[in-house]
Design a binder for this molecule. Structure first.
Ligand code: AP5
Length: 206
């Protein structure tokens, strides 16, 4: 199964992609996670991406497509994958089509998580991530265990969240129409508990 999880920042893509990956036995491929890892490692790509990410903008298509080519080329992605946060522009979507076509593959389903803007800021400013495991928590909705080593993302400040929402509406939301025309979009409400959203996503896949 080759899945794409699409939705605004903070809609729960990472949270649900991790759960779906376990259920389906295929890897989550998050370009946000890959870029953050590149920053931590101090690679050239990480250094070039840092300022763009911290301002809420989008990293260039060429950089991100190269990262995706490397990740989807690994053995564990041969039987399927869950794309989380990629593609994010029409250019990335076109590149992905071409890349998958080289090996006779195409996307099967695009799951769109629908969460209104007024929930987004609340979710994002309360998010904390476990430094060691990458597990995503929320101070109110999914509290971390005592003693967890938590990090706050550099781009989770409210003014940056607004810029990320604008980038989503301008560059990424048009992909919903693109994939709708192909008949592979399933829209799912991202409101409710994490278990409820997971149940809806599973239902949408059956
Ligand atoms: P990325 O890391 O992809 O960020 P994003 O798309 O903005 O999404 P988030 O990670 O903020 O949110 P999410 O939907 O995964 O929500 P989560 O599950 O964490 O990208 C970061 C940056 O990298 C971009 O701005 C850009 O600069 C760059 N980048 C990445 N990919 C790129 C690309 N393809 N092209 C160009 N640039 C790229 O949940 C959020 C919070 O809500 C958590 O605290 C969680 O616990 C909580 N939560 C989840 N579900 C629920 C629920 N049902 N109820 C209550 N709380 C919930």
């Amino acid at each position: 199964m080759k899945l794409l999880l699409l939705g605004p920042p903070g809609s729960g893509k990472g949270t649900q992609a991790k759960r779906l990956a376990e259920v389906l036995g295929i890897p989550q491929v998050s370009t946000g996670d890959i870029l953050r890892e590149a920053r931590r490692a101090g690679t050239d790509v990480g250094k070039r991406a840092a300022a763009i990410m911290d301002s809420g903008g989008l990293v260039g298509d060429d950089i991100v497509n190269d990262l995706v080519r490397e990740r989807l080329g690994r053995d564990d992605a041969k039987k399927g994958f869950i794309l989380d946060g990629y593609p994010r522009t029409v250019g990335q979507a076109e590149w992905l089509d071409g890349y998958l076509a080289e090996s006779g593959r195409k996307l099967d389903v695009t799951l769109v998580l629908d969460v209104p803007d007024d929930h987004i800021v609340d979710r994002i400013v309360g998010r904390r991530t476990d430094r060691a495991t990458g597990q995503i928590y929320h101070l109110k909705y999914n509290p971390p265990p005592a003693g967890a080593d938590l990090v706050l993302r550099d781009d989770d400040r409210e003014e940056v969240v607004r810029a990320r929402l604008e980038a989503y509406q301008r560059d990424t939301a048009p992909l919903i129409d693109l994939y709708t025309r192909r008949g592979i979009v399933r829209k799912v409400s991202g409101i409710g508990s994490m278990d409820e959203v997971m149940a809806r996503l599973k239902e949408a896949l059956t």
